[in-house]
Write a protein that binds this ligand. Sequence first.
Ligand SMILES: CC(C)(COP(=O)(O)OP(=O)(O)OC[C@H]1O[C@@H](n2cnc3c(N)ncnc32)[C@H](O)[C@@H]1OP(=O)(O)O)[C@@H](O)C(=O)NCCC(=O)NCCS
Length: 213
Amino acid sequence: MSEPPSTADIPQGDYPTVELKDGGRAILRPITPADKPMVQEAFRRLSREARYSRFFTPLEVLDGKLLDQLTTADGKNHVVWAAMDAQNPNDPGMGAASFWRSKDDPGEAEFSVTVADDHQGRGIGTLLLATLWILARHVGIERFRLVALSENFPVLHWMETLGAAVDCDNGSTCEVVLDLSEEARGRIPMTPEGDELLRWLDRLSGLPKSISN
Ligand SMILES: CC(C)(COP(=O)(O)OP(=O)(O)OC[C@H]1O[C@@H](n2cnc3c(N)ncnc32)[C@H](O)[C@@H]1OP(=O)(O)O)[C@@H](O)C(=O)NCCC(=O)NCCS
């Protein structure tokens, strides 16, 4: 059995530790190339369903160009952050999310998120969405586009409860557009999902300041 990945190379910075609704604690931080072994291990532990939902293919191993892409961000056009388990520093992370600015439309970015199976349903997807929302707004992104399999009811339901536009006309996939503007934030529905997202958006509003040192 291979050694569990180490998180000794956590990048320095004033990254927040936040408390989840069940009392667990998560450290939010960017993913860097030094995280490659950890990201591979996190992928290895994912269920086939979660991998398929995220990558739309029965991918067995994460390596090569895709691994490079997922661990090499520039903090402006491509941003990748993880939620690490503060109580289990050797765990390869609770989840991660990224956005990639569109070349054709700089106000838009493709967003994706994956939460480890054991940690799903704890609010980590919402926490990561809020984190990337705040960071995206900071670099001038106004909309997230997300592509999900049309059978991915949890994510489609989630996005609908947040007031996103969901278009499933394509058959096998649906396109979701989530408006990140100030006005749209004021229109986030008063659902449990919407309330939780707003709570994190407020709580994390100072994030860009705390990391721009
Ligand atoms: C989609 C995903 C990121 C959600 O992560 P999560 O940490 O479980 O999300 P949260 O706990 O913040 O829940 C957010 C909302 O999603 C919905 N949801 C989550 N799991 C659900 C499930 N099993 N069934 C129905 N709805 C579900 C709910 O609306 C939930 O809100 P609630 O807890 O207030 O009811 C996670 O299920 C995942 O990683 N799936 C595999 C990868 C994927 O599909 N990514 C999306 C495409 S890029």
